[in-house]
Design a protein around this ligand. Structure first.
Ligand SMILES: [Zn+2]
Length: 297
């Protein structure tokens, strides 16, 4: 295989980048592409890699609907006959990318939030995926439920024992640097991380980070980050704070940089903890002085 395409095992390959693209070749020249990067440029790079090997993309699977995972879809779909597949809730956003800044902002977002990091190029989704066996040509992929980072996130396991893990976990150095990895449902994330720990694939390919044959250390780093974030929230909510005030306290404590996009992503991360910790009866909320405040129970 050429320089762009790196072999993982058997018929499973990937293209390394800021967002790794997975590839499974299931017949002489047909393949499935898993995630397409953030833009037309990445779509062009994927097409170049396929052409160099005489491969044709018959199907694109998007693991979830964040803009950096389906941004190359539109270019690839125009240039090939590939169909696009994603889980139901993620398909709704891939085909209506406005929904991502809309949900982050909770109303029509200002133009600053309708940016390339939060809004991929709209793309039709042809097939809705459910966890379980998914045949491609003579081969069978396994669609694995990895929800938590995104509500319908899926992983793809190939017959070579390679699991594409999407953004189910982040590399230890990323977690240690940013402290607050982006998870939108903490209960689901914990189930997903613990579930992954019990698996025994030959290789794991995260979208951001390195191919690995053992992810226990990475999973532990993510579990530790979640536990530490909850500890920090409990520390901050000794006195009642609004979500905004809590965000400021955490941002200051962790020394995080903020721009408009990062601010809304942080608010979303914190909202996920507030839901989870309230449902677990660690926190309570009330309206006080016309503000919604949260505090430890
Ligand atoms: Zn993501």
């Amino acid at each position: 295989m050429g320089e762009l395409l790196k072999k993982i095992k058997g018929n499973t390959y990937y293209i390394k980048g800021p967002v790794n693209t997975g590839l499974y070749v299931y017949s002489q020249n047909r393949c499935v592409v898993i995630d397409t990067g953030s833009s037309d440029d990445w779509g062009r790079k994927i097409l170049k890699a396929l052409k160099a090997e005489g491969l044709e993309a018959e199907l694109i699977i998007n693991t979830h609907s964040h803009a950096d995972h389906f941004g190359g879809n539109s270019f690839l779909v125009k240039r090939t006959n590939a169909e696009v597949a994603a889980s139901g809730i993620e398909a709704a956003i891939i085909s209506n990318p406005y929904l991502e800044p809309f949900y982050l902002y909770s109303a029509h977002p200002p133009k600053a939030l309708q940016n390339k990091f939060l809004m991929g190029k709209e793309c039709r989704v042809d097939r809705i995926l459910e966890p379980g066996t998914f045949p491609v040509g003579p081969a069978k992929l396994q669609i694995v439920d990895l929800k938590g980072h995104s509500p319908g996130q899926i992983g793809v396991a190939t017959p070579d024992g390679v699991l594409m893990t999407a953004d189910a976990y982040f590399s230890t150095h990323i977690v240690e640097k940013y402290k607050l990895p982006y998870f939108t449902n903490i209960a689901d994330t914990l189930d997903t991380l613990k579930g992954l720990k019990g698996t025994d694939y030959s290789f794991y390919l995260p979208c951001h980070g390195d191919l690995s044959s053992n992810i226990e250390g990475e999973i532990d780093s993510n579990l530790k980050a979640i536990s530490e974030a909850m500890g920090t929230i409990r520390w901050a909510l000794i006195k009642p704070l609004t979500r905004e005030e809590l965000g400021a306290a955490i941002t200051e404590k962790y020394g995080l940089d903020l721009n408009t996009t990062q601010y809304y992503l942080n608010q979303s991360s914190i909202a996920a903890y507030l839901s989870y910790m309230t449902d677990q009866r660690m926190l309570q909320r009330r309206i006080e002085g016309y503000r919604m405040v949260w505090e430890v129970v």
